[in-house]
Design a protein around this ligand. Structure first.
Ligand code: FES
Length: 104
């Protein structure tokens, strides 16, 4: 397992891109829950956050691609609007231990 951060690094209702081991990942906090996805939009296979910063909606329920505005459900990664409608972000298995986030 590899450590990729701590919950304290990622405020609730946010979605931030990070790089770990050559992979682009998206760390999503949504209403106190944690989700990790590959940071690759199904539409073009590019990262969702070329402008940087959080790509979560203010209520934390959606993730929005900064490139062409696709919306994904934070909890499932499913695209519910935009050019990749019906496709999904790829979930990345992780383990949470004492607030630390490890990739499985
Ligand atoms: S690259 Fe994400 S919506 Fe087009």
């Amino acid at each position: 397992m590899s450590l990729i951060g701590n919950l304290d690094d990622f405020p609730d209702n946010s979605a931030h891109g990070i790089h770990s081991g050559g992979r682009a990942l998206l760390i999503v906090r949504s209403n106190t829950q944690l989700y990790v996805y590959e940071n690759l939009c199904p539409h073009t296979r590019e990262t969702l956050d070329p402008e940087g910063g959080s790509v979560a909606s203010s209520d934390g329920l959606l993730i929005q691609c900064q490139r062409h505005a696709a919306n994904f459900i934070a909890q499932t990664g499913e695209c519910v609007g935009g050019p990749c409608l019906g496709e999904s972000l790829n979930p990345v298995p992780f383990t949470l231990s004492g607030g630390d986030i490890y990739l499985d």
